[in-house]
Design a protein around this ligand. Sequence first.
Ligand code: KDG
Ligand code: MG
Length: 402
Amino acid sequence: MRITSAKVILSCPGRNFVTLKIFTDEGIYGLGDATLNGMEKAVVTYLEEYCVPALIGKDPRNTEDIWHYFYRGVYWKRGSVSMTAVSAIDMALWDIKGKILNTPLYNLLGGKSREKILVYAHANGKDLNDTIDKVGKEIEKGFRAVRVQSGIPGIDHTYGVTRGDEAYEPAEKGLPKTDYWDTSKYLNYIPFVFEKVRESFGTDIHLLHDAHHRCTPIEAARLAKELEPFHLFWLEDAVTGELQEGLRLIRKHSTTPLAIGEVFNSIYDYTTLITEQLIDYIRMPLVHGGGITHLKKVAAFASVYHINTGFHGATDLSPVNLAATIHFNIAINNFGIQEYMPHQEIVNDIFKTNYKFDNGFLSIDDTPGIGVDIDEEQAAKYPYSMACLPVNRKSDGTMFYW
Ligand code: KDG
Ligand code: MG
C-alpha cells in the first residue's frame, strides 16, 4: 500500500481550520487536523512544500517510522509549526489504519477502558453575576465540570472572557490586538469569584480555572493556596511552562491540582514536570503534540507517575482532532477529563462528525478510523480569513506573557 497524494484544506467556517487529507493507492484516505490558531498558513506551507512531497510513495501503515522520519529525520526539530504538521500526518495515517482494518481508532489503542468521557465546559462572564449566570447555564445543559473565568474589575478586557454575547473566540480578525493586564487585581479577585461560585452551586460540580501563564511562580503559589478551600478540579497554566522547575514552588505551597501544556509540543517539555510529579494533568493535545504516536508515549509515561490526561479542546481545534481525542481518551487507562467547547453550527456544514454529548459526557460511534469526514465543496465556500490571538501588555505598557 502506498501514499499517492495529499492535500491541505484551509477553510474558515466562522474560524480558520487546516485539514490534511492523505490519499492511498487503495482508494482509502485519512484526515488529520493541522490547525494552529493564528499561524495556520505557516503550517500549510510546511506541509505543502516539505512534508507532502516526502510522503508520496511511503507505506501509510508504517505510522511509527513515518513519525520518526518527520521528527528525528529533520535537523530543526520540534516547535509548534512543525509539530502541528507532524501531528496532522500522524492522525491521518491512524485514520487510514483504522479504515484498512475496518475498526474504530480506539480499538487500535487498546480497546475501551470506558464507554464515554467526562468533559468540562467553559463559563466566562464579564463580571461576577454574569459568571455565576453562565456557570448555571452550563450546569443546566448537563455539564458536571465547568471552567470558570471572570472579567476582573479595573482590567478593560480579560483574555478568555467573551465580548458581549458573542461565541467564545480568542482570535480576532487581522493583526494581533493588545490586551492589558494587572496581576495584582487578578490575584485579589479570583479567589472571591470561586467563593461565590461554590456558594451558589455547592460542592458536587467540578470547577476549573485557567490562569493563562500570567503569574510568576510565587504569585501562582499564592493563587493555588488561596483557591484551596474551593477544591478546584485543577488550576491550569498557573505559570509559563518554559521553566519546568517553577512548578516546584507552587507544589511546595498548595494541594490545588495543576494542569499544564496546551502550548507544549513534545515529551521533552514535560520530563521534569512528570518525573518530579509537579503536575496532575497533561494538556498537550494530539493536534499540537505529535499526534497519536507521540501522545500514546507521553500518556503512558505520565501514567507511571499517577498523572492523567486533560487535553486542550477549545474550538480552535477542529472536529477531526476532537474525534481522535475521544477515541484516545476512551482507550487509555489514565484519562482524567476532556475540555469540550461545541463548535459553531456552521462548522457542521463542513465536518461530518460521529460523536455526541449527553449529560456531561462525550461518546463516539464505531465508524472505522477516526470517523470524521470533510465536505470539500462546502469547505471551499468559506475562504481563509486572517485572525490572530491578542498580545498582552502590563498596564504600564510592558510586553507580558501569554
Ligand atoms: O488558541 C488559544 C486557545 O485555544 C486557548 O487560549 C484556550 O486556554 C485555552 C483553553 O484552555 O482552552
Ligand atoms: Mg488554557
